[in-house]
Design a protein around this ligand. Sequence first.
Ligand code: FES
Length: 322
Amino acid sequence: MQEEHGPAPTIWPLGFAVGIAVALVGLIVDPQWVASAGAIIAIVFGYLWARDATSEMRRQAPVVQAEVREMTPAEAAAIPPAAEGEAAMARPEPGERFPRSRFLEASTLGLGGLIGGVITVPVAGFALLPSFLDQKSYRVDMGPVSAFPLGKWFIATFMVDPKEGETSRRTAFVRNNGFVAQGSKQVPSFTVISNRCAHLGCPVQANGPTGAILGEKNEIEHTKNGEILLRPVLPAGFGCPCHGGQYDTEGNRTAGPPVRALDRYQFDIVNGHLVLLSTYSVSHVVGTGAQAKIYKYKLAGPGEHVDGPEQWFYPLNPPHHY
Ligand code: FES
């Protein structure tokens, strides 16, 4: 019976599978250490596995004797020398640089590529370009700074673009932190937190009494952006009704599935009015109010990590506003 020359069984695939399993579990329990350890195990065992599997290819070819057959002198005499007889393929004409077969090959590939490009480029352009272009930035006039008494929270509801109507209505939690020293100047500080959940984007609610329960009235400011509704609130934190995500009053995730802190609005003070600008994402916040240290990132979509190794899973992030 002929002996089989398959590779001997090894434990490398098993080690590789264990490494992948540890890395996946680590992404949930401890992305920094457990996931990294799993990735290292998978890489080491994967390398050993690949090295074993390709050892046959890297081995030097064995030297064997040329095959020989017996032939009678008459048979040997009947075989013409290699340089004589009819060529299997016509030789190119003198001066001919591209034989017909090469021309057909090149023209088939070129025509195929051209047709593919004509079909693909416009479709890909229409599908992808709008994500990168035509992203307007907004300025939302929220009313005079005096409408936001020091240290009080408001649930502010507004339209980022009244021309777009209700589809542009947004909610933010706003608190006036007073003035803070910046160099030799005193500059106003506001905390403006978006209510878009960092898990899947549901509207986050303030955990605490509002308006009449507090014995305070809702206010409406009339600005260039139409009516701005300001509802006083005393939040102990913020909570998401969809899957139970919880945040503290700085927007830090405290429980549930969200992957980062709540997004925030940049702001400016223009002619004594609070003006909201674009939004940005936040991994976490240390400290509170005017003294808070905010770890700020480019705006990311719901569910996207902005720091740690998981951020590598989101390499393309088209610019967008909401
Ligand atoms: S969308 Fe908020 S917890 Fe899921």
